[in-house]
Ligand binder design. Structure first.
Ligand code: ZN
Length: 97
């Protein structure tokens, strides 16, 4: 188990646009960012990210959520393993028992 304090630190560090941009290119569209959905095949962007709300939504395949949910969906990881991947990206140390 990852301590709650560490989970909160990971979620605070993992800005949605930064996490998504590791996997797909985003363009600014008003207050949101849009791009091609990395979770399904498409040629016109229907993948929208709201940095202000910290969430993504794909209008093509219907996937939506925060940065942890994005990693879970895209990398097919469990909640805990998604947190571990993000901890690595942001150099957050998870104490192991
Ligand atoms: Zn999609």
């Amino acid at each position: 188990m990852i301590p709650r304090k560490i989970i909160e630190a990971i979620i605070n560090a993992a800005k949605i646009a930064e996490v998504v941009e590791d996997y797909t290119q985003l363009k600014n569209r008003g207050t949101n960012k849009i791009g091609l959905c990395p979770c399904h095949n498409e040629t016109t962007p229907s993948f929208s990210v709201s940095p202000a709300k910290g969430i993504f939504k794909c209008f093509g395949c219907g996937k939506a959520g925060d940065s942890v949910k994005f990693v879970m969906e895209y990398k097919k990881l469990s909640y805990e393993n998604a947190l571990r991947l993000l901890a690595k990206k942001y150099n957050i140390n998870i104490p192991e028992n």
